[in-house]
Design a protein around this ligand. Structure first.
Ligand SMILES: [Zn+2]
Ligand SMILES: [Zn+2]
Length: 265
């Protein structure tokens, strides 16, 4: 049994707290064999710079992770990045990703147009929105993200449910199937992200039905806590693993320099 949490942030993104050492100590205390940092990437023109590292801080990020990799021998520490997919930004992202010695790359959708839809500060914009339309837009962005072939893992696959908004007419099953077929074709993993349990929606990303379809389609998994503080490292890992096992998974994926290998969970 291997316990891996690949979704840890750092204070560089300005909305996470604690030192990288504190994250590692928390992972050790919780019995993890392996962890990975995946902080929010810098974007073109300092887009939403309030919630991500500055472009000039990438070397600091690499140094911080290298420092703990050298310091701790009883836990494996990987270097990842949580990359925001922005339509039209593919060339920038391709170059950025190639510039770091990454073990894995998460692809995320946190923006619909200029709207950071999962940020509590902008939650009021949901009030004037048609929830079905927003869901449809979100899933279309995920399809484009997958089609870009830039990423290894899709992060928090149904983040759009974060505040508990539910579509009325949208055929979610069909959306899940399109996403999972795309993931399989792109040889990408789906993340079981336990942070949804800490949010208004109160459930893991993805929904159980979404994960069942991922399993049927042959999409591999990783489990991540999306920790923005040392206390959140490995949070609800057992619940994530239970869900994975309940739908049929026996293995999670271990990444090294963007090559994956299944390990028993
Ligand atoms: Zn974050
Ligand atoms: Zn995210």
């Amino acid at each position: 049994m291997t316990k891996i949490d690949y979704h840890l942030h750092t204070a560089l993104c300005k909305h996470a707290v604690g030192t990288v050492e504190e994250y590692v100590e928390a992972a050790l205390a919780a019995g993890f064999d392996e962890i990975g940092f995946a902080d929010h990437n810098p974007l073109p023109d300092n887009f939403d710079i309030e919630h991500r590292m500055e472009a000039s801080q990438d070397s600091e990020y690499l140094e911080m992770v290298a420092r703990v990799q050298q310091k701790y021998s009883d836990i494996t520490i990987k270097l990842g990045l949580e990359v925001d997919y922005l339509p039209g930004g593919e060339d920038f992202l391709r170059e950025q990703i190639a510039g770091y010695p990454l073990d894995y790359v998460y692809g995320s959708v946190h923006y619909l147009g200029d709207w950071n839809f999962d940020n509590p500060v902008f939650v009021h914009r949901w009030e004037n929105s048609n929830v079905d339309d927003i869901y449809q837009w979100y899933f279309k962005c995920l399809e484009d993200l997958i089609a870009s072939r830039l990423f290894d893992i899709i992060a928090h696959p149904d983040l759009v449910k974060k505040f508990g908004h539910r579509p009325e007419k949208l055929d979610l099953e069909a959306c899940y199937r399109r996403i999972c077929t795309g993931l399989r074709e792109a040889d990408m993993c789906i993340e079981i992200n336990t942070s949804g349990l800490r949010k208004e929606v109160g459930e893991i990303y993805p929904a159980r039905r979404f994960l069942e379809i991922a399993f049927e389609t042959g999409v591999p998994i990783v489990i991540g806590s999306d920790a923005h503080s040392p206390e959140e490292v490995g949070s609800a890992f057992d619940k994530g693993r239970e869900l994975a096992q309940a739908v049929g998974y026996t293995h999670i994926q271990q990444f090294t320099r963007r090559k994956r290998k299944p390990v028993p969970m």
